[in-house]
Design a protein around this ligand. Structure first.
Ligand code: SF4
Length: 1023
């Protein structure tokens, strides 16, 4: 009998006992298993805690000890594979460097002291209370009107995109209950531009498709190093290639992704809008766009107000620019309206004011010649790949584009991503098999941490975090944040249910469901990661809780950031290892006495030692089960958060102050159990899912839910306080008591290639968003080859291979709804979250209705497209000499940062011997020609310098980075990975910090930093 690895693991591993039935002879399995350490081990479902491919794992436990961690062969999206990081997960639990006791560093001390967990938690709670009480602002006067703001700016809480969904939810809830506004997670620094880019275009800020579906693409265009940074998911690209798909890799460097591609397109960092703008122009001029899709599903036919002007008219600016405020007045960025208040349309797309004609004129300047001059891509190569990619359009063909940080980390981050989204819209590549936008995330739970609102600007499920001036009352807030059409008209139900989940009986109709308890932000330009790190530097932010993140290494302008952390009064680090941030007071070259920061280190538990869910990059939530107890004092992050909340409630117990009610009234009963007070995570999940706060009648007055019952769907949420829901988009993940759909592990069956029985994909277990667009206006599949869902006239409903992302019984010819949950949506409005139901080529993004190219703030050239060199509304942090910018005369080389397969983010892997030994140390890639000019040999130590800092690394001289010809001039580019820091298991794991080189700049919408396109100087290092 021959057995595949899948069969072997399935039959041989779990219990070691024979599998019954089926007449299978298990003798060879048992014989082989006998020689394995997993024999007689019990298998627990796990999820890889490194990147957001979310490889499912099996954690093998014997005698309460993890003996092995393997890929789960049944997982439909990863098929049992793990990359080097996933394969080393074992060493996150079993590792001599792991800290299992609480450590305390007194102000000015040069050593850690071991302290009891209870003492530590009590001290932390007291510090939190003291800082809160000292810096709390209860109300402000706006004009002569007092507004309750319940805001505490004196401390910051950094959650993490490696924490579970439930943990991020608990942080979002407790921190807002305390009044914190400085609340962030690592998604801010890696993928924050994704949400407004995808959101403004399609309606939701999430990857549109499913990794498994990539295999059905006809052309795939990765714009990141997919094969090395998200290795296991790259199998779907290779499967597509086996089926005949073409691969176009767009990246400054030649990588292993390029090696698999039909075309490698080297591009100068920071110029992606010119490349995608060039493709949009090409698709329009050659008529390769998908005309019927564009007319049916996008806002191309809508007529824009005649006073709207674009950079074509105004030499680089849109109408409404205010140079003094560095912002746009968007009053001209609007549609012409008909008598019903709906935008006027021209389905012929010929009206000069229609979006399509604006688009055509706007990108007319983005010629192949311009692409060559700005991006450094030869005209011939550009035209070749334009022809290949734009062939992925029409009824029979689709193409997929992926991206990661190269597009995000830019002062044009949102618009770089939006430009590729718009290309996908005009080619008809959204909502269809083999089409879509793949957002590749480097942390396991970037999607979930974002969904659950550990970001300063939003609450769980994406309602905006209120601002004091426009949103003083619940009525103001709902009026200004609820659109007149599209599914977001249900916003009041989501917000009121969230307030009920947080403040329960204290949230009543009479007090606007405790809306005043929510902290109100002073302004939009505040509180992001970069803002509050600068606040620490200036000693305005005094306390900091840092969980699962390492800002000493991952912050932009990291040298300044480390001093900022040293300037704090107190710091709490919750982590597995002594991170560079925890060891901030003993950074090489720093005198410990010089920092008075009091540091509390709380040992944490990796995913294998706790219950919870992680949402991978394709919105798939997978539950992992606690396989073993954590050693010593180590426990889950959830236990820390719940414990802290309980202690704060106790400390405030006697308070009669109004400002303390949000803490005292917070619903906070998660039934902590055992000596480590581990909360019940299914209770948290149930709260996120939603439940009835009382008996709930349906529209006919019959009992729909009994008090306490979980909601089956977010469609049943209400704005009258009868329902509570912590995160509406996860509605349905826990539809019945004890039924956790994130825990499902059913293999793909029959024709269900999207594997709906594995985990739970929000919303409503849909695997491909906007899938109404897979059928034409009449509801028929565009073609047999690319069918996904379609209208079944006999059954009067949408049917097919996915959960329809559309009202299930709304016919294709249904008129636009005048009222109800789908107000403004008609039978052909596939983008139901957008106000007009259309994919938005024209949208009100802060820095432009269409993406326009501006050079990075440090660039080797002036902007060749207009007189406006840099994004005119981008954020430049005013911190004097700490943020000096370089010019090409002194800093002639373009620098880009990137990451490696074997290392993870800011350094978790540096504590893992199996991974650390795979790399020789920190290095910079430079091209052979540049190395020759500078007299640098492979392996030499070199200094890389920007006006902010200099670092020493080894030179990796390579053919993989070629010089670019930019506007006729040769420009060299340097590539540097950024994983290193001063903490690490072995010499090769320690090195200078790349992010020291990065400036304090931000995209205007999200304040994500510009770390992919800088200027630097390079020289051979003097020993
Ligand atoms: S790091 Fe990513 S690709 Fe590698 S095993 Fe983990 S989830 Fe899979």
């Amino acid at each position: 009998m021959s057995l595949s690895r899948r069969d072997f693991l399935k039959y041989g591993a779990a219990t070691g006992t024979a599998v019954v039935g089926g007449g299978i002879d298990l003798t060879p399995v048992e014989a082989a298993a006998a020689s394995l350490r997993i024999k007689e081990a019990k298998a627990f479902p796990g999820v890889c805690p490194y990147c957001a491919v979310g490889c499912a794992q099996l954690i093998y436990v014997k005698d309460n000890k993890i003996v092995d961690i393997e890929g789960d062969p049944d997982a439909p999206h990863t098929e049992g594979a793990l990359c080097p990081k996933g394969s080393s997960t074992y060493q996150l639990s079993l590792n001599e460097r792991r800290i299992s006791r609480c450590m305390y560093r007194a102000p000015g001390s040069d050593k850690w002291e071991e302290k009891p967990l209870d003492w530590m938690m009590e001290q932390i709670a007291q510090r939190v209370k003291k800082t809160r009480d000292e810096t709390f602002v209860e109300s402000v006067k706006l004009g002569d009107k007092p507004v309750t703001v319940n805001r505490c700016e004196g401390m910051a809480w950094l959650g993490s995109s490696v924490l579970d969904n439930e943990e991020n939810y608990l942080i979002a809830k407790l921190s807002r209950g305390m009044g914190l506004v400085n609340v962030e997670n690592s998604a801010r620094l890696c993928h924050s531009a994704t949400v407004p880019a995808l959101g403004a275009t399609f309606g939701r800020g999430a990857m549109t498709t499913n990794l498994i579906d990539v295999q059905y693409a006809d052309v795939i265009m990765p714009t990141s190093n997919w094969a090395e940074c998200h290795p296991v998911s790259y199998k779907w690209v290779m499967k597509a290639k086996e089926r005949g798909a073409k691969i176009i890799h767009v990246d400054p460097r030649f990588t292993r992704t390029s090696a698999t591609a039909d075309y490698h397109v080297p591009i100068r960092s920071g110029t992606n809008i010119v490349f995608f703008g060039g493709l949009i122009r090409y698709a329009i001029e050659t008529k390769k766009y998908f005309h019927d899709y564009v007319v049916t599903f996008t806002n191309a036919s809508l007529l824009v107000d005649p006073s709207f002007k674009t950079p074509t008219d105004l030499d680089g600016l849109f109408s409404g620019y205010d140079a003094g405020k560095r912002s746009y007045d968007q009053s001209t960025w609007k549609f012409q309206l008909d008598a019903d208040g709906y935008p006027k349309q021209d389905p012929t797309l010929r009206d000069p004011h229609c979006v399509f004609q604006h688009l055509r004129r706007h990108y007319a300047r983005y010629t192949p010649e311009m692409v060559e001059r700005v991006c450094g891509i030869s005209k011939d190569l550009f035209l070749k790949v334009a022809d290949v990619y734009c062939s992925a359009s029409g009824p029979d063909k689709t193409g997929t584009i992926s991206y990661a940080l190269q597009l995000n980390q830019s002062t044009n981050g949102v618009q770089q991503i939006r430009s590729l989204c718009m290309l996908q819209l005009i080619l008809g590549n959204i909502g269809r098999p083999g089409g879509g936008v793949v957002a590749l995330r480097g942390h396991s739970n970037v999607q979930g941490a974002t969904d659950f609102g550990t970001l300063y600007h939003m609450l769980p499920g994406y309602p905006a975090a209120p601002l004091q001036a426009p949103h003083p009352t619940l009525t103001d807030y709902l009026e200004k944040t609820t659109p007149k059409g599209g599914f977001w008209v249900n916003n009041p139900k989501f917000v009121v249910s969230l307030l009920k989940a947080w403040w329960g009986p204290a949230a009543t109709k009479e007090n606007d469901y405790a809306y005043d308890y929510l902290p109100k932000r002073e302004k939009a330009d505040a509180y992001s990661h970069q803002h509050f790190v600068i606040g620490m530097h200036q000693k305005k932010v005094k306390g900091f809780i840092c969980m699962g993140q390492n800002p000493a290494v991952d912050s932009p302008n990291a040298k300044m950031s480390r001093q900022a952390v040293r300037n704090l009064e107190w710091l709490v680090v919750v982590d597995l290892f002594e991170t560079d941030t925890a060891a901030i007071w003993k950074e090489p070259g720093i005198e410990p006495k010089s920092s008075q920061v009091e540091v509390f280190f709380i040992p944490a538990a990796p995913a294998a030692e706790k219950d919870g869910s992680i949402t991978n990059t394709m919105r798939l939530a997978q539950w992992h089960v606690k396989a073993v107890e954590s050693p010593g004092d180590a426990r889950s992050d959830a236990a820390f958060i719940v414990d802290l909340g309980n202690r704060l409630k106790e400390l405030y117990k006697a308070s009669k102050a109004k400002k303390d009610r949000p803490v005292l009234d917070l619903v906070w009963d998660y039934q902590p159990q055992g000596p480590k007070k581990e909360p019940n995570m299914e209770l948290v999940l149930k709260e996120c899912n939603g439940y009835a706060t009382d008996d709930v009648p349906d529209k006919d007055g019959k009992l729909q839910y009994k008090k306490g019952e979980p909601m089956k769907t977010f469609a049943h949420l209400r704005d009258d306080g009868l329902t509570a829901c912590g995160n509406w988009i996860y509605g349905g993940i826990y539809p019945e008591e004890g039924k956790n759909l994130a825990l499902r592990r059913e293999r793909a069956k029959g024709g269900d290639y999207l594997a709906h029985g594995w985990g739970f994909a929000w919303p409503a277990n849909r695997r491909i968003l906007y899938n109404r667009a897979s059928a034409n206006a009449a509801g028929k599949p565009w073609s047999e080859k690319k069918k996904l869902i379609w209208w079944d006239a006999a059954q009067k409903k949408w049917v097919g291979n996915d959960v329809p992302d559309f009202p299930g019984t709304m016919a294709p010819d249904a008129p636009r709804q005048k009222e109800g949950p789908f107000k403004g949506i008609g039978g052909i409005d596939a983008f139901i979250m957008n106000p007009h139901g259309k994919g938005q080529l024209f949208a009100s993004v802060l820095d432009g209705a269409f993406p326009e190219h501006y050079e990075p703030f440090e660039s080797p050239t002036r902007n060749l497209l207009s007189k406006v060199d840099n994004n005119p509304v981008a954020k430049v942090y005013d911190i004097g000499d700490l943020n000096r910018l370089g010019t090409p005369d002194k800093y002639p080389y373009v620098l880009t940062t990137y990451r490696l397969t074997e290392h993870h983010a800011a350094g978790m892997s540096r504590h893992v011997p199996w991974l650390s030994e795979l790399f020789f140390g920190h290095f910079a890639e430079i091209g052979t020609e540049m190395a020759k000019e500078l007299g640098i040999q492979n392996g030499d130590m070199i200094t890389v310098e920007t006006p902010r800092a200099k670092i020493k690394v080894q030179a990796l001289v390579t053919e993989r980075i070629k010089p670019f010809i930019i506007n006729g001039k040769k420009v060299y580019q340097v590539g540097i990975p950024w994983h290193w820091g001063y903490q690490g298991v072995m010499k090769s794991a320690r090195g200078d910090i790349t992010n020291d080189l990065v400036a304090s700049l931000g995209d205007p919408t999200t304040f994500i930093q510009e770390s992919k396109a800088l200027l630097c100087n390079v020289r051979k290092a003097v020993a």
